[in-house]
Design a protein around this ligand. Structure first.
Ligand code: PEP
Ligand code: MG
Length: 589
């Protein structure tokens, strides 16, 4: 508990369940340091103490650098740091910052930036070269003080020593992917949405997370005690004793429900009247297999293989990829593992492959488009997947397909990869099942043309919603428009499933919609053969399936298909969930 501090409650979008209370670790980039924040009169002394501590740390660092430079290249070169020390010790500069903080009730970062700029600009105007150069010193020192004030550089996340909650303006999927769960107890960001890959990664890692909090990164100070409720999307700074007690009780009842769900681990994903679906899991890294098993999923319905390519300096070669795919499939055998070929681009970039910046990366040179243009990179992956299929239940699917031509082209490269393996005498499964992700409206609308070329469809609702409704899936400002229950999405989903069945191919759903317990009865009623969800959501999804009569799901689907209103559909889904599985509603409310 934070004694004496007033608690601040913020609401965002809970994207990864769980509650955590810990100290805040502020991850801030250079541009974000200067954001102005109002402070209360009570906060002034603390703000000044922070400034004084940052000055001490800065002085200490400058002395150290001076010594190092002096030893390395001589005393003369080290003397420039005398000028830096003069800035830190300049009483009029320091006092002006303190005065402005006290009088204007603004955070020290914004005041310091402003005062330093005022000094630097005044010096830069003076007709004296020596004094003009001091302008750079003032800016340099101000930057150093700012760095010492609160935020850590983005790379500092790897240096965390003890568990804390990470607070940032935004986090990239690869930054999230490299988080150590032992050190990052939770995270919260200003930006983001539930279907961003950052949110998806948080669920995969089981790290409670909230996004879309708008200004959490300026309202939280480093070291503040913060409560993150990833279920409700509520973040509390300086939580009160009362609130902590209430949370303790809620946690207790959630733990009880969760332990009941855990008991379903080895049960089938079938409705009360015996309608069975394949309930599999989405993974991003080979290590996620443990969670697939412990949560009782049947194999992997989506392996986002591009995460093997991120956060590194070179592409993984065929051997490395083969080892990863083989390991995953071996551990899960005989259950199936569907490897999605790389879906790079959008919000997942390779730092070592320079591509021209794009205005619309989500609609740009990504996924299958990138692979078809880079056949060597693509075939390397295809060979690795094929080799893993030699004796294991491995399937593959192509992402972001927008036309049958792309499927045909990809299949030509798949045949070429098979030929190469034959020539090299490497075994593989010639009849490997090949599927297509249906996540672009044009693919859904031409599913009948695509079906003859593939063995299954997997509906990627995350992108299907984004492209059908023209709503950027990572933009929290328009998150209210991101509606999987929109009639257009329901029509496309139903049409895809029906076409799949008419062509005797199975159709699954692997977007986040499948892992939303409210949507599970609806997707079943629409005829989905498979649901693939984040491992942590498998128990809830299974419980929902097992609580239903299939007839109820069918009736729900029929009813919602005639509705015009996404909100009405959502309400009907909520009613159904409440009726059949109130304990699940208890967990997600
Ligand atoms: C999807 O788009 O629904 C999907 C499952 O793929 P991703 O979230 O990786 O884009
Ligand atoms: Mg997608």
């Amino acid at each position: 508990m934070s004694a004496g501090r007033k608690e601040i409650v913020m609401e965002g979008i809970g994207v990864s369940p769980g509650v955590v209370i810990s100290r805040a670790f502020l991850l801030i980039s250079e541009e974000e340091r200067y954001v102005e924040r109002r402070i209360t009169a009570d906060e002034v002394p603390r703000e000044i103490t922070r400034f004084e501590q940052a000055l001490i740390a800065t002085r200490h660092q400058i002395h150290e650098i001076q010594q190092q430079v002096s030893q390395a290249i001589g005393q003369e070169n080290a003397s420039i740091f005398d000028a830096h020390l003069l800035v830190v010790d300049d009483r009029s500069f320091v006092e002006e910052v303190i005065r402005e903080v006290s009088e204007q009730h603004r955070n020290v970062e914004s005041v310091l930036h402003e005062v330093a700029e005022k000094y630097a600009k005044a010096l830069a105007k003076i007709d004296d070269e020596y004094l003009r150069e001091r302008a750079a010193d003032v800016r340099d020192v101000a930057r150093r003080i700012l760095r010492n004030l609160s935020g850590k550089s983005r790379s500092a996340i790897a240096e965390l020593r003890e568990p804390c909650v990470v607070i940032a303006n935004d986090l990239s999927p690869s930054e999230t992917a490299t988080m150590d769960k032992e050190k990052v107890a939770g995270f919260a960001t200003d930006l983001g949405s539930p279907t961003s890959h950052t949110a998806i990664m948080a669920r995969a890692l089981g790290i409670p997370a909230i996004v879309g909090l708008h200004d959490v990164s300026v309202r939280v100070s480093a070291g503040d005690e913060v409560l993150i409720d990833g279920n409700k999307g509520v973040l509390v700074i300086h939580p009160s004793a009362d609130r902590l007690e209430r949370y303790g009780q809620v946690q207790e009842s959630r733990r009880h429900i969760e332990s009941e769900l855990a008991a379903l681990r080895d049960e089938e994903a079938e409705t009360r009247d015996g309608y069975r679906v394949l309930l599999s899991a989405n993974i991003e890294r080979p290590e996620d297999v443990a969670a697939v098993q412990s949560n009782g999923a049947c194999g992997v319905g989506l392996f986002r293989s591009e995460f093997l390519y991120l956060s590194r300096n070179a592409l993984p070669d065929e051997e490395e990829q083969f080892a990863a795919y083989d390991r995953v499939a071996r551990q899960l055998a005989p259950d199936p593992v569907i490897i999605r070929t790389i879906d790079l681009g959008g919000d997942k970039f390779l730092s070592h492959i320079r591509t021209a910046p794009e205005i619309n990366p989500f609609m740009g040179w990504r996924a299958i488009r990138f692979c078809l243009a880079q056949p060597d990179i693509f075939k390397t992956q295809l060979r690795a997947i094929l080799r893993a299929s030699a004796s294991l239940n491995v399937r593959l699917m192509y992402p972001l397909v927008s036309s049958v031509t792309e499927v045909q082209q990809a299949n030509v490269l798949l045949e070429a990869a098979k030929d190469e393996l034959r020539q090299a005498g490497q075994p593989f499964n010639d009849a490997i099942e090949v599927g297509v992700m249906i996540e672009v409206p044009s693919a859904a609308l031409t599913a009948d043309r695509i079906a003859p070329h593939v063995d299954f469809f997997s509906i990627g609702t995350n992108d299907l919603v984004q492209y059908t409704l023209a709503v950027d899936r990572v933009n929290e400002r328009i998150a209210y428009l991101y509606e999987p229950t929109h009639p257009a999405i329901l029509k496309l989903t139903q049409a895809t499933i029906d076409i799949g069945h008419a062509h005797n191919i199975w159709t699954g759903v692997c977007g986040e919609m499948a892992g939303n317990p409210l949507m599970v009865p609806l997707l079943l009623g629409l005829g989905a053969d498979e649901l693939s969800v984040s491992p942590s959501l498998v128990p809830m999804t299974k419980k929902m399936i097992r609580s239903l009569e299939y007839r109820q799901a069918e009736e729900l689907a029929q009813r919602v298909l005639s509705s015009d209103s996404p909100q009405e559909v959502l309400d009907l889904c909520r009613q159904m969930a409440q009726e059949v599985a109130p304990e699940i509603m208890e967990l997600i409310k």
